[in-house]
Structure formats: structure tokens, C-alpha cells
Design a binder for this molecule. Structure first.
Ligand code: ADP
Length: 447
């Protein structure tokens, strides 16, 4: 598994429960910080007030990232767009903080940037490549914290980019922050949304990669981002003709192969590709009159690449109507057709294919998570002090796709080293907004 070393933890990592991950003693756990979360479909900006315990309050701003910015000709377009959203949040809710910070210390900001990077410090990292539909070539090889800092400064904002993390680290940090004293230690942070990733804490003494900087190599720990989305081994991963076709037309052919089978960015397209083949193999029975590949004017979205959102996969899982009317209604919108055009036979076929895609994604998610559980020491031995394995999870796919967690659990039970008994010890804790709030927490308590 490729290993990118992420956030350096600077305080008290060996403490557990309320002080886990260097989050500080209770009386240090307070203050105000900002976060920017760039990682997929939306840009999220938030401000967080931490209180002395496990609680916080937050204000959020969420905007869809315009397509032209995702593939901009210059990175300044993206980073000035982000800085403008920070300004909007601050001027709407925190005019007092701007005035105060202009005279005193700048406000700290945690930047959640969920793309492959080479992290070079708590608040610096160079972009290796874009994923999830972004493509702004001039940003590659640059320090993305610096690019954001330039635009914040240009807007005259008293804000310092103090921490760089990814969404999985943020999710783990928030989960750890909110757990009351005496709880299980959060072992892993995972994301199953537009993209997918898993992070865990590793003893620095176990990290063989050469580390720049001042680390406690004997007892310190470090977040390791597995970047499991970039596992590219088609010998190991299932590889259907639909996977091959999808990869061929992706932004980075040959890369993010695991992610292409597991994340929201790709599952809708896999369904579309399978339905195209279904149409071609039975043109008089399935999707007849829906247009064909190469038509100058597509008659439906069936032949438009990337036109189908993965959320459609969830619909048949919960459509209990006899004639799959809910699915047919949703398909009519997604495929630009009239409801009457979608036959029961087509809906049934769609249901079977969507189920196979969703279940495969969830089982692969289970395999990756199980691998990291085992790498992190496995299921702790049963004893009175053992509170099991706590895993922070976030992302619309795991939250909204019916049965995603159950299919993951099915895999945990099948895996040697976890099994039936071990599976019961694993807690998958939905941690909403962890990617942004966790960044604010990190910038405040770890910098
Ligand atoms: P992000 O990862 O971009 O921060 P989300 O966690 O909301 O945001 O994930 C968005 C992804 O989840 C999109 O790719 C979307 O297609 C997918 N998605 C949203 N709702 C569902 C659903 N009900 N079932 C399956 N996938 C979904």
C-alpha cells in the first residue's frame, strides 16, 4: 500500500481518551479556528469554537465548486475562489474576530486538502496529482498551503494557514475530540464519499520512509495516510470490462484504480457503462429508442460519460414498490427520459446491476478497512478495560447507501484475525463534518 506520511503530531500523542492524538489537556482544548475543506464536489468553509471539554459550536458555508474552476487554466483561480469564501464566512459571522486578529495574532486555519500530496510539514505539502475530476496542471509540484496563503493575504485577511490535513485525518481528529474520557481510542479514520481513503496512527519507529524534521523516533506516533484509493493493482482488484472502460476515460488512466471501484465519483459511471452494454446486447428489449453511442444528438444521458450520479445506486435498494416506480421516476430524471419510457424490465435490470456495483464497493471498503485494523494491532484482547476498535467514518456513500456498513461487516467476519467475535468489537462511528471541523481542531491544538 502506498504510504504518504501526514500530519505530525506535536503534543502528548501517547495519552489516550480525552487527550488522544495530542489534543491537549481539557483546559487547553478551547479557542477559535477556521477550516477550509477541499476534497470533492463541494467546498466547505467553517469556523469552530472549541470549549473546554468534548464540545464545540461551528458555522458552515458550503458551495459547489464550479466546473470551470476544477479545470482552471491557473491555480490562482481556484485559491482566490477559496479565499473569497473564507472572507464571506468571516464577514458574515465574525466581523469582531477580524478586527481583533488584525491587531493581535492572526486566526489559525486548518486546510483539508484531500488529494495526493507529499507532506513536508504541519502546514506545507506539495501536490503530486489531481484526482476526483480536478485538473489544474500548474498547481502540481507546488505547496498548496502557500498558494492559499497568498490569496488570503491578497484579500487582507488576518488568517494563517496553520495545518494541512486530509479529510480522513480530520474525521479521526473530530471523533477523538468528541469522545468522552474513558472511551476506546479512535484507531482509524475513513472516508467513503466522492473519494475514499483511510488513515491510522503509526509508531514513528515503524516508519521506514526517511522523515525530514524533528520527530521523537522512539515513542512518537504519526498519522499515516494509506491513500488506498491509489492502489492500482489490477491483478489483485476485480477488473471487469466496465472498470477498464471507465479507467480509460478517467482524468488519470491507470491511477486511483481502487477508488474507481469504491467511491461516489465513479459508481454512477460504472452503472451507466453496464447499461450501455445491456442496451447493445438486447437492443429490442432494453433501452430501445434511447439513442446509441456516437449519435450526433444523444437522445438520453445513457451515452453521456459521467452523467449519472452515484446516488442513483441507493434508490433501488430501498424501493419496495412492486413495479419499482420510485426507481423508474428517478431514472427518468437522471437519464432525461419520460417515466413511461422506462419499462419494469429495464428497472429490474438496473436494480441488479446497481446492487452488484454497490455491494462490491462496500466489500472492497471492508477489505481495506480490515487491512488497516490488522496493521494497527488488530482486535484488542478481551479484558475489562478493552473498549474495542473505534473507527471514524464519513462520506455520503457509507452514510446513505443502504447496507454499506453491513457489507463491510460481512467482510470483517470473513477475514482471519477478525472473525465473528472481532467484528462485534468494531465500532464504525459516523462523524459528520469531521473533514472540516477536524482541520480547525488540528490547526488550533496541534500547531
Ligand atoms: P465529498 O466527499 O465530496 O466531501 P460526500 O461525502 O457528500 O461529499 O460524497 C459525495 C459523493 O457521494 C458523490 O459522488 C455522490 O454521488 C455520492 N452520493 C451521494 N448520495 C449518495 C447515495 N444516496 N448513495 C450513493 N452515493 C451517494
Amino acid at each position: 500500500m502506498p504510504v504518504g506520511v501526514l500530519t505530525r503530531i506535536t503534543k502528548g500523542v501517547e495519552k489516550v481518551s480525552c487527550t488522544q492524538f495530542g489534543l491537549g489537556e481539557a483546559n487547553e482544548r478551547k479557542g477559535f479556528a477556521l477550516a477550509v475543506d477541499l476534497g470533492g464536489t463541494n467546498l466547505r468553509v467553517c469556523s469552530v469554537e472549541l470549549y473546554r471539554d468534548t464540545t464545540y459550536s461551528a458555522k458552515h458555508l458550503k458551495v459547489a465548486i464550479p466546473r470551470e474552476i476544477m479545470v482552471a487554466s491557473h491555480s490562482a483561480m481556484l485559491f482566490s475562489f477559496i479565499a473569497a469564501q473564507v472572507k464571506t464566512l468571516l464577514s458574515t459571522h465574525h466581523a469582531d474576530k477580524i478586527a481583533q486578529a488584525s491587531n493581535q495574532e492572526p486566526l489559525t486555519l486548518g486546510f483539508t486538502f484531500s488529494f495526493p500530496i507529499l507532506q513536508t510539514g504541519l502546514n506545507s505539502g506539495t501536490l503530486l496529482r489531481w484526482t476526483k475530476g480536478f485538473n489544474i496542471p500548474d498547481a502540481i509540484g507546488k505547496d498548496i498551503c502557500h498558494l492559499l496563503q497568498i490569496e488570503l493575504t491578497l484579500l487582507g485577511l488576518p488568517v494563517k494557514v496553520a495545518a494541512l490535513i486530509n479529510d480522513a485525518v480530520g474525521t479521526m481528529m473530530l471523533r477523538a475530540y468528541t469522545l468522552p474520557p474513558g472511551s476506546a481510542r479512535t484507531m482509524i479514520g475513513t472516508i467513503f464519499g466522492t473519494g475514499t481513503n483511510g488513515v491510522y496512527l503509526e509508531k514513528i519507529s515503524n516508519i521506514t520512509k526517511r522523515l525530514e524534521g524533528d520527530y521523537d523516533k522512539t515513542s512518537g506516533e504519526m498519522f499515516v495516510s494509506t491513500d488506498w484509493g491509489s492502489l492500482n493493482d489490477t491483478e489483485v482488484l476485480p477488473n471487469t470490462s466496465f472498470d477498464v472502460e471507465l479507467d480509460k476515460f478517467s482524468v488519470n488512466p491507470g491511477f486511483q484504480i481502487f477508488e474507481e471501484r469504491v467511491s461516489g465519483m465513479f459508481l454512477g459511471e460504472l452503472l451507466r457503462l453496464a447499461l450501455v452494454v445491456l442496451q447493445a446486447s438486447a437492443p429490442s428489449e432494453c433501452f430501445s429508442g434511447w439513442g446509441a453511442e456516437g449519435d450526433p444528438h444523444y437522445v438520453s444521458s445513457l451515452h453521456k460519460r459521467w452523467s449519472i450520479d452515484s446516488s442513483i445506486l441507493s434508490i433501488p435498494e430501498s424501493d419496495s414498490t412492486l413495479n419499482l416506480q420510485v426507481l423508474r421516476n428517478v431514472m427518468s430524471v437522471s437519464f432525461d427520459r419520460h417515466v413511461t419510457d422506462i419499462t419494469l424490465k429495464e428497472a429490474r435490470a438496473t436494480k441488479i446491476i446497481a446492487h452488484a456495483i454497490g455491494k462490491r464497493a462496500a466489500r472492497l471498503a471492508g477489505v481495506a478497512t480490515a487491512a488497516v485494523i490488522l496493521k494497527s494491532g488488530g482486535i484488542p484482547k478481551k479484558n475489562p478495560g478493552n473498549r474495542g476498535v473505534d473507527i471514524a467514518v464519513d462520506g455520503s456513500l457509507i452514510e446513505l447507501y443502504p447496507g454499506f456498513e453491513q457489507y463491510m461487516r460481512e467482510v470483517f467476519r470473513e477475514i482471519d484475525g477478525i472473525g465473528d467475535a472481532g467484528e462485534k468489537e468494531i465500532q464504525l462511528a459516523m462523524t459528520k463534518h469531521g473533514s472540516s471541523i477536524g482541520a480547525a481542531i488540528t490547526s488550533l491544538l496541534c500547531s
